[in-house]
Each structure stands twice: as structure tokens, then as C-alpha cells.
Ligand binder design. Structure first.
Ligand SMILES: *Cc1c(COP(=O)(O)O)cnc(C)c1O
Length: 798
């Protein structure tokens, strides 16, 4: 396949053309920013043909379409990814350098689109890319937030949040679609007219579509990400304006725009805000209108909907899709209620992402009834009908004055899936035990995955080049072929090349840390990395407690042959999550003390890199030796960071939680540093009165590390600063940091010993890469297509 024919000018011509005619700049006066925009437009031109071809092929085949509804899409930068998937990266580098520019600087000019909080949003982004790579006719639907996840910086170690402003620059990848706009109502009343219920909203806003093409590997197929922006239906209250109230006249527009203004910066607790519920209904309703409009244009009979459309709800945020679809089918199109429910239920599917009770979404009935009065009536009727069919059971979607969005999603779904084998099993035993008993077979597992294009081929060109040089490039589109590496791993030259690539990635990162954060880092030290949202269940405090204990041990015996390591942290805490923010401050304080210690800093340094996002992940993961996946067992639904690390040849120190279990099964127990209690043991341990105190009494190292933090060793002048943390760990310690500490310490010392045997370490790391092919999101999407959606690939190479 070639990507350039007689009609397509060379990329350099395209860049110069767009610089002149789209940006309106002369090459002599163009800034880096102008050049980046010009390159992006030139690259975008190359996507459009594949995009149109995919759209045509979908219509012609009359194929089943997949719609992925997600509140979050953590897409990151798009230019480098597009270049790689179009196989234009080499030509682009040459073209840009031919113009006298630094290619990396041009790529790094792009803002990181952070329309998500963490794993859930990044999963949605990986899925879109795999859907295109697999030529599955699909569309992602979400919200075009003006401000994505906040920008994080530190002030004396404390997290400071500032608004993210990615849209202040021209967003080159999107196409505005003014013709695809829908009016979305809120509030008002419901009345019966001619035997039908009619909802008359009190207010309405306009949902406007913005489309971003998502190009798959080798431009085989291109799907669309459609994001909705909220606008006022009447942009200006002219009467108010003419009466001299110039500011007041703009209020309706401001109120409407508020709906797509900001991403809620919290992925674990519900904001409980009316605006959040408005956001959810806004994008779900706009997407369903759009889906039905497209369905109507292709097919006549609405009863075919479940055969032609599969809708995936990414968590419960779009759960209002159930009642909204019933409303459209029953109230608007006049289908009998039972049939409307049946069609909706066979069309919708739901992915559960968490078992944490505080993160299971619930809305007060009065709020739902006020904002969405017709939906509240429908939810009650759906729930009552379900309860009537299964009178022996006590599961209700409406209970204790709240709507339980998880139960509603379950009742209205054809399939409900968990995101790792362990998580799916726990779902059946805990949150959905009751509903699972009523509907056996509805719950299925689809273990998460990551796209190998971004998370190996693009972010780690050194390792990718070695792999391609050894087994050819087939692995990029078929990651399980990484297994072909294994027979070659005995080759000394290959081992040396793999070790050399890691060393070079580490040297790059060390240079960058030195230049941007002023910390000197030895590239030969072990790079020990924990990067993810800051949350008690993820246990960054277990990691930093181990750092303090190690610091004390080195101080006590500096010449004991310690393995040098640098502990690298990154991650954002929800602005209202006080304890998580305290953990960030603790890490920063520990870093300040340890890095300044002339004796121990030769062996141990700590750094917390600010503003974790996709771009920073792409920088850190290829340079990591050790991947910290240390959540309390039973709490991390899957994790995807864990997969990115293993794929890039980092060894995991981790608990038997989420997908860690499957990673260990694949890479081999001997290539994984396991520690800690199992999910079952966690439950039993938590029931032991005084578990934390017992663990501390049994482990002098833990006791001394806690005492140092408690007594102000890392907060001189403010000794009580961390009493909330030490008090929690010595008291309730719900996440069992103390009970897992001793085994974590043991595992870490095994890591130290293993790292000292460089050849063996390299072999273990290479085996992690060679055996991680199963963790491609292509595999995950194939599973959804076959077991959830019943969708087929339309690709030439399907
Ligand atoms: C992969 C990724 C995550 C998810 O990380 P976990 O370790 O699975 O929680 C979060 N944020 C970003 C930016 C990522 O790239």
C-alpha cells in the first residue's frame, strides 16, 4: 500500500502550502507554532481520503455499527500518532528538518489533550485507535471540554491546580459540523396528550458536533470521535441587550456553555453536582439522537436497531441512555413500552470500572425528577417491571431515595463486562451478586489492553527498531507476534542491543530531568517508577514509606553494597481529595530531605514530576526498569499502566490485583516480583482488630519509618505536618499499608539483588516484552466485537 499518489504532493509541499494559505504566514516569519500547525494540516489532508473511504464502506455494507459513549477520552497529542499510523514519520522528519527545524521541538509544541482523568479515559482513547486498526465501523461520543484535566504544579511541595487551556490554540484535528446539532432539554413538566406522554422541558441547549478522525494502523480504516459542545439556542438575549443590560444579555450563552466548560477532575467520587448530571444527559442524549438519525437514514424498521447498532456505555456516566432510548422509542415513536425496553436493552452494553463503593454513581431522586422528570418516571417503571419479574430478589435501581446508576445500567444492558479476570469475578460476588443470579451469562470479562502503536512503536523507537530488526514489523499490527522474539533472546548481540536501548532511554530521561528539574540522576541507577492518579488504594504512601525505611537502612550501614535507585513519582490528586494531596506533599518533602543527604543520595533519590499526562507517560515508561503496581488487592479493577510498562521491558513489583494477575501469568512468575495479600486475605485481614498496630509491632523497620515521618524528620520546623497520615496508618489503615509493608520490603530487596545481575535482569525484561503481546487493545476490541457487540470487521485484511 502506498500513501502517496500522483494527486498528493510531497509532505514538504503540503507544509508550505498550509503555512501560506491556511495559517497565512511567510516562511521567513513563521514561528515553531505556525510550523506545527502547517505540518498538522498537511498530515490531516492525508487522513481525509481514508476517512471518506471508511464512511462509504460502512454505508455500502449496511454493517452493524458500534458506538462508544464515554465521558472521557484521554487522547494526548495526536500529531506523532497520526504520522506513525500513516507511516509518514520518516518523511515528516526529513521534510521538517529540510526546512531547518527541529522535528522533536515541532512535535512537542502540540498541547496534550487531557479530556479525561486517568485509566478510564485513556482506555477509551486506545479503544478508538484499535477500532480503526481493526476496521470496525465505529464512532466515539464524548464532550468537547473547553478545559480538560487541570494543570498541576507544586508550591513548597503542595499541589496547585490551574486550568488547562488546550483549546486556546487552534485545534487542528477537528472539523466543526454545524449541521449536526440537537436541542437538549432539561426540567419542565410531563403531560399526557392523545394517549402519549409528552415532556416539555423548561430550558434547552444546543449540542454542536466536532469531529476528529481517528486513523488506524497503516491507514487501513479511519473512524470518528464526535465531541459535543454546548451552546445557547439564542446566542444573545437581544431584548435585554437593547435595554442596556449588555452583560445580562450574554447570560443564557454563559449558562449553556457551562455544560461543556470543564471536565470534572475526579474519577473516583461523584461530584454530586447538578452540572455533572446535566453533562451526562447532554452528551448521551445528543449521541442517541445522532445514532437514531443515522440509523433512520440507513434502515427503515426501528425493530432492527439491536441488529444494526451496538452501544457501549463506558462506566455509568452515560447510564441515562437506557431511559432516554426508551423515551425515544416509546414516547416519540410510539412503540409499546415493553417492546421499547426490549429493543433498548438488546442495543446497550455496560462496562463496569470500579468496585469502590464511593465511586458507584447514585443520584438523588428529587434531583433526577427535577432535571429529567420524564426519565425519572421511566426509571421507576423499568425498575418496577424488573422487580415484578423477579419478586424473590431485592435489587432495585431506585432505593433509599436514590437512583443507582450501576443497577440501572445492568438492568438495561445486553452484556455487562468487567475489565480483568479478577475484577469480573469480584463483580459477580459483590456489587452485582444479586443481579448476576437473576441474569447469569450477562456478565462477561474483557481484560483491558493498550494500543501498541502509541505505547511501544511510537514512544520507544529504540526498542521498536530492535524488535522489527529481529522479527520483522508484523508485530505492530499483531502484537502476539512479539512471542517470535523469544527464540532469539539467547543471542548475545540482541541482549546487548536491548540493554543498550534501555540505557539510552534512561540517559535521555536523566538529561531531561536534569535540564527541567535540576536533579542529577545516574542513568545506571535503577529507575523505579510509580505514575498514576494519586489515591489511597493505589498506595503511593506504601512506596514512600519504603523509601524512608531504605534511607534509614542506608544511613545505618552505608557500605552494605546498596543498589542505586531513583524513585520517580507522578500523578494528580483530585482537588478535593485532601488525603491524596497530603501524600503528594509527603513525597515532595521526603525527596527534599533524601536528595540533600550526602551519604544516602548516592544510592537513593526521589523525585515527583509535576503534571502527569499522556506525554509524560510516553517519556517515562520507555525508561523504566521497575513498574510499581502496588494497590490493595481487590481495589484496582484492571490497570493499563501496568501493561504499558511490561510491554516496554520494565519488571513489575506488584500485588495480585486487577490485570497484574494476568500479566504475571503471561510473563511468568519468575519474571515478576509478587508481594502482599490476595483479595481474599485482604478482606480477612481487615476484620482483624488492630491489624495495623500488630504489623507495626512486628516490624521495627516499619515502626521506625513511621516514627520518623511522625516526628518531623522530613518536615523540620513543622513536626505535626503528617500526623493525619501516620495517624491513619497506625489506626484504621483501611488500605492495609502496614500489613503489606514487610512483604513489600522483602520483594524490593529481591528486586535490588536481581538488578545487580545485569544480564539476568535484561533477560527478564526482554521476556516481559516478548510475552506481553496479549495486552494489546486490538485483542480486547476483538473480544468486544465477538462477545458483546456481534460486530464484524470491514477491513481489507480482516
Ligand atoms: C495509562 C495511563 C493511566 C492509567 O494508569 P494506571 O496505572 O493503570 O492507573 C493514567 N493516566 C495516563 C496519562 C496514562 O497514560
Amino acid at each position: 500500500m502506498t500513501y502517496q499518489d500522483a494527486r498528493t504532493p510531497g509532505l514538504q509541499d503540503g507544509i508550505l502550502h498550509h503555512l501560506t494559505y491556511t495559517i497565512g504566514k511567510d516562511a521567513a516569519h513563521a514561528t515553531l507554532h505556525d510550523w506545527r500547525l502547517a505540518l498538522s494540516f498537511a498530515v490531516r489532508d492525508r487522513i481525509v481520503d481514508s476517512w471518506f473511504a471508511s464512511t462509504r464502506a460502512s454505508y455500502e455494507a449496511g454493517a452493524k455499527r458500534v458506538y462508544y459513549l464515554s465521558m472521557e477520552f484521554l487522547i494526548g497529542r495526536l500529531l506523532g500518532d497520526a504520522l506513525v499510523n500513516l507511516r509518514l514519520d520518516g518523511e515528516a522528519k526529513a521534510a521538517v528538518e529540510g526546512l531547518g527545524l527541529d522535528f522533536d521541538a515541532v512535535l512537542h509544541d502540540e498541547p496534550d489533550a487531557a479530556l479525561g482523568n486517568g485509566g478510564l479515559g485513556r482506555l477509551a482513547a486506545c479503544f478508538l485507535e484499535s477500532l480503526s486498526t481493526l476496521a470496525c465501523p465505529a464512532m466515539g461520543y464524548g464532550i468537547r471540554y473547553e478545559h480538560g484535566l487541570f494543570r498541576q504544579s507544586f508550591d513548597n511541595g503542595r499541589q496547585v491546580e490551574a486550568p488547562e487551556t488546550w483549546l486556546q490554540q487552534r485545534h487542528v484535528w477537528e472539523f466543526e459540523r454545524p449541521e449536526a446539532a440537537y436541542s437538549i432539554g432539561f426540567g419542565g413538566h410531563v403531560a399526557e396528550q392523545d394517549g402519549r406522554m409528552v415532556w416539555t422541558p423548561a430550558e434547552a441547549v444546543l449540542a454542536e458536533a466536532y469531529d476528529t478522525p481517528v486513523v488506524g494502523w497503516e491507514a487501513r480504516w479511519t473512524n470518528t470521535l464526535r465531541l459535543w459542545a454546548a451552546r445557547a439556542i439564542d446566542p444573545l438575549d437581544l431584548a435585554r441587550f437593547n435595554h442596556g443590560d449588555h452583560v445580562g444579555a450574554a447570560v443564557p450563552e454563559m449558562l449553556a456553555r457551562a455544560i461543556s466548560r470543564v471536565l470534572y477532575p475526579d474519577d473516583t467520587t461523584e461530584a454530586g453536582k447538578e452540572l455533572r448530571l446535566k453533562q451526562e444527559y447532554f452528551f448521551t442524549a445528543a449521541s442517541l439522537h445522532d445514532i437514531l438519525r443515522r440509523f433512520d437514514s440507513e434502515h427503515g424498521d426501528i425493530r432492527l436497531l439491536p441488529e444494526k447498532v451496538a452501544i457501549q456505555l463506558n462506566d455509568t456516566h452515560p447510564a441515562i441512555a437506557g431511559p432516554e432510548l426508551v423515551r425515544l422509542l416509546h414516547d416519540t415513536r410510539g412503540l409499546p413500552f415493553d417492546e421499547a425496553v426490549d429493543i433498548a436493552r438488546r442495543t446497550l452494553n455496560y462496562t463496569n470500572h470500579t468496585l469502590l463503593p464511593e465511586a458507584l454513581e447514585k443520584w438523588p431522586v428529587p434531583l433526577m425528577a427535577r432535571l429529567l422528570p420524564r426519565h425519572m418516571m421511566l426509571i421507576e417503571r423499568i425498575d418496577a417491571d424488573h422487580a415484578a419479574r423477579f419478586p424473590a430478589r431485592a435489587t432495585h435501581a431506585v432505593a433509599d431515595g436514590e437512583v443507582n446508576m450501576g443497577a440501572l445500567s445492568f438492568i438495561m444492558a445486553n452484556r455487562v463486562n468487567g475489565v480483568s479476570a479478577l475484577h469480573t469475578g469480584l463483580m459477580k460476588q459483590t456489587v452485582f451478586a444479586d443481579l448476576h443470579a437473576l441474569h447469569p451469562g450477562r456478565i462477561v470479562n474483557q481484560t483491558n489492553g493498550v494500543t501498541p502503536r502509541r505505547w511501544l512503536h511510537a514512544c520507544n523507537p529504540r526498542l521498536a527498531g530492535i524488535i522489527t530488526g529481529t522479527i520483522g514489523e508484523g508485530w505492530i499490527g499483531d502484537l502476539e507476534r512479539l512471542a517470535e522474539l523469544e527464540p532469539h533472546l539467547g543471542d548475545a548481540g540482541l541482549q546487548q542491543a536491548i540493554a543498550g536501548a534501555k540505557r539510552a532511554n534512561k540517559a535521555d530521561l536523566a538529561d531531561w530531568i536534569g535540564a527541567t528539574h535540576g536533579l542529577s540522576v545516574d542513568p545506571d541507577a535503577m529507575f523505579d517508577v510509580q505514575i498514576k492518579r494519586i489515591h489511597e488504594y493505589k498506595r503511593q504512601h506504601l512506596n514512600i514509606l519504603e523509601a524512608v525505611a531504605l534511607w534509614q537502612a542506608i544511613r545505618a550501614n552505608p557500605d552494605a553494597g546498596w543498589t542505586p535507585r531513583i524513585k520517580i513519582f507522578a500523578g494528580k490528586a483530585a482537588p478535593g481529595y485532601v488525603f491524596a494531596k497530603k501524600i503528594i506533599r509527603l513525597v515532595n518533602d521526603v525527596a527534599a530531605v533524601l536528595n540533600a543527604d550526602p551519604v544516602t543520595s548516592r544510592y537513593l533519590k526521589v523525585i515527583f514530576l509535576p503534571n502527569y499526562n499522556v506525554t509524560l507517560a510516553e517519556r517515562l515508561i520507555p525508561a523504566a526498569d521497575l513498574s510499581e503496581q502496588i494497590s490493595t488487592a481487590g481495589k484496582e479493577a484492571s490497570g493499563t499502566g501496568n501493561m504499558k510498562f511490561a510491554l516496554n521491558g520494565a519488571l513489575t513489583v506488584g500485588t495480585l490485583d486487577g490485570a497484574n494477575v494476568e500479566i504475571r501469568d503471561h510473563v511468568g512468575a519468575e519474571n515478576f516480583f509478587l508481594f502482599g495479600m490476595t483479595a481474599e486475605e485482604v478482606v480477612a485481614r481487615r476484620a482483624v482488630e488492630g491489624h495495623a498496630g500488630q504489623a507495626i509491632a512486628a516490624d521495627p523497620r516499619l515502626a521506625a519509618a513511621l516514627a520518623a515521618i511522625h516526628d518531623g524528620a522530613v518536615s523540620p520546623g513543622d513536626p505535626t505536618r503528617y500526623h493525619d497520615i501516620t495517624g491513619n496508618l497506625r489506626g484504621p489503615d483501611y488500605f492495609l499499608v502496614c500489613s503489606d509493608f514487610a512483604d513489600y520490603w522483602r520483594a524490593q530487596r529481591e528486586v535490588d539483588a536481581a538488578y545487580r545481575d545485569a544480564a539476568h535482569w535484561t533477560r527478564m525484561a526482554a521476556l516481559n516484552t516478548a510475552r506481553s503481546g496479549w495486552f494489546s487493545s486490538d485483542r480486547t476490541i476483538r473480544g468486544y466485537m465477538a462477545e458483546i457487540w456481534g460486530a464484524a470487521s470491514l477491513g481489507p485484511r480482516a
